[in-house]
Design a protein around this ligand. Structure first.
Ligand SMILES: O=C(O)C(=O)C[C@]1(C(=O)O)C=C[C@@H](O)C=C1
Length: 304
């Protein structure tokens, strides 16, 4: 047998092993799905029920672990893509799932992010308005929504709708998690909103909304957060024609809705001149995406 045939025989044997393992992993995901459904009964096939199955923190931890151990010439970005396709497919084996995406005419960027993260077969509902995409999660016609990462200069910010009740959806992920690849808009960043409970990984960022009847200086807010060990990554103003001024604050680390540090910060900010309290709401957290350094590959080599 010549060398080429001998190598191809080895590849066939490996393909069989990979395929066997893939089928075995599918059986395990089915069992995981059944365990989740036993804890939280699932009623019907609505995409809203998908919140009982998706675990963004677990997905992030799987990918970080594999990328850290990866060796050889297969690009890490490809490993991420293969695992994203598999994990998302298995999530959809476990239960119903649909993604709402902000995708106005001529702006396919968020659609690319959604497809890259949730896989080539995921059901995508497109909306030409951000608030409609968020509403799809609110009304249960989508499991998650892929929305523009907030900007300082925006008005009518979608994140304003995440405060007011613990039943509301919250931020659960940031996209892209891996390399943007050949996306049509490689600089685009998105946040994902859904109803699945957030969980910490070892590297997270959390989003807070400050609701203050009178403006509070950004430096006072940064200091009050620093005093409880929370480092601010940004503070955005949130002017709105219809509602009160709110600030969006991102901090490093994981802050749950009931985190006691929020009360400490609110107390430290004190009352305004009319005796009114400032309120700080946690509106979700995301696992930090893989960094460029983590995704860096071994120098190219081999025969060309
Ligand atoms: O670990 C779980 O909870 C799973 O459901 C399995 C799995 C996976 O395929 O690894 C699939 C979907 C979840 O979002 C996270 C991970």
């Amino acid at each position: 047998m010549d060398e080429l045939n001998r190598l191809r025989r080895q590849i066939d044997a490996i393909d069989d092993q990979l395929h066997d393992l893939l089928m075995r992993r599918t059986e395990l995901a089915v069992a995981v799905g059944a365990a989740k459904a036993a804890k939280q009964p699932v009623s019907g096939n609505s995409p809203a029920e998908g919140a009982k199955f998706i675990r963004p923190a677990r997905e992030a931890k799987i990918l970080r672990r594999l990328i850290a151990r990866h060796r050889g010439k297969l690009p890490k970005a490809v490993v991420v893509r293969m695992w994203r396709e598999m994990i998302s497919a298995l999530l959809q084996v476990e239960g119903p799932f649909a993604v709402a995406v902000y995708a106005p005419q001529g702006q396919p960027g968020y659609w690319d992010l959604a497809r890259d993260h949730y896989g080539s077969r995921v059901k995508i509902l497109t909306f030409s308005r951000v608030d409609r995409a968020l509403s799809a999660v609110m009304d249960g016609s989508a499991t998650v929504a892929v929305l523009p990462f907030p900007r300082e200069d925006e008005t009518d910010s979608w994140w304003r709708r995440l405060i007011g009740s613990p039943q509301l959806p919250h931020i659960i992920a940031r996209l892209p998690f891996g390399d943007p690849g050949n996306q049509r808009n490689p600089d685009l960043q998105a946040l994902v909103v859904g109803r699945t409970p957030t969980e910490p990984t070892d590297r997270d960022h959390s989003l807070l909304v400050l609701e203050a009847p009178e403006p509070i200086s950004r430096s006072a807010l940064r200091q009050a957060l620093a005093n409880v060990g929370l480092e601010t990554s940004f503070i955005h103003g949130g002017r709105d024609r219809r509602g009160p001024d709110l600030n969006l604050v991102e901090v490093a680390g994981y802050v749950a809705a009931q985190d006691p540090r929020l009360t400490l910060v609110m107390n430290a900010l004190g009352k305004d001149t009319l005796g009114r309290d400032a309120r700080l709401h946690a509106i979700g957290a995301y696992a930090e995406p893989l960094t460029k350094a983590e995704l860096a590959d071994e120098p190219a080599g081999g025969v060309h």
